[in-house]
Design a protein around this ligand. Structure first.
Ligand SMILES: [Fe+2]
Ligand SMILES: [Fe+2]
Length: 188
């Protein structure tokens, strides 16, 4: 199983993609916080970007990652997936409120802030509890990651969002790596 361990502590592709998204929205929430005294348009643009990124990310997890977890996670850990799905629903309610808000006022700031705190908690649970449980399934998660990367590109295009460069690079690198790997395992 030495092959399952990659040098440099690289994550399986599916996990790397999701973590790249997590870091990106955290950065956007920080930016919003910095712009708190700034003009309304900048804030609205940032908040809309946050909502778009989170919507695409949640859809990706719900369509591909969570169903995969339901098949591969230990039965006694399944409540983690249930909880994550409930958290997605609450986040979506808040996202809808932000997207539908007429004014960028203190209530708007409060909603963005609460969404940020909520997402932070959710991300910690995903990364510290769920990802930890499946991280060893490198090959399966690399394969799932390919599918997720393709779906993510579609979702981003549909929503008019820009595909993250880090995720693109990871996907390209992975393709190259897999090619070589398959060559080396040609006799299988
Ligand atoms: Fe999630
Ligand atoms: Fe996530």
């Amino acid at each position: 199983m030495a092959r399952a361990k990659k040098s440099g502590g690289a994550q399986p592709l599916a996990i790397e993609l999701l973590m790249t998204d997590h870091r990106k929205v955290e950065m956007l929430f920080d930016q919003y916080e910095e712009e708190k005294e700034g003009d309304e348009e900048t804030k609205r643009t940032l908040a809309q970007q946050i909502c778009g990124e989170l919507t695409a990310h949640a859809q990706l997890e719900e369509e591909l990652f969570y169903p995969w977890l339901r098949e591969n996670l230990d039965e006694e850990k399944m409540e983690l997936v249930e909880e994550a799905e409930v958290e997605h629903q609450s986040a979506k309610d808040l996202i809808a409120q932000i997207e539908g808000a007429g004014e960028v006022d203190e209530t708007y700031d409060a909603k963005v802030k609460v969404l940020g705190e909520y997402i932070k908690h959710h991300v910690q649970e995903e990364e510290n509890e769920i990802f930890e449980e499946v991280r060893e399934m490198q090959e399966e998660l690399d394969e799932l990651g390919q599918e997720m990367a393709a779906r993510k590109a579609e979702l981003m295009e549909e929503m008019g969002l820009e595909m993250d460069e880090g995720a693109m690079a990871a996907m390209q690198q992975q393709k190259g790596g897999r090619g070589k790997q398959q060559g080396a395992r040609g006799s299988r």
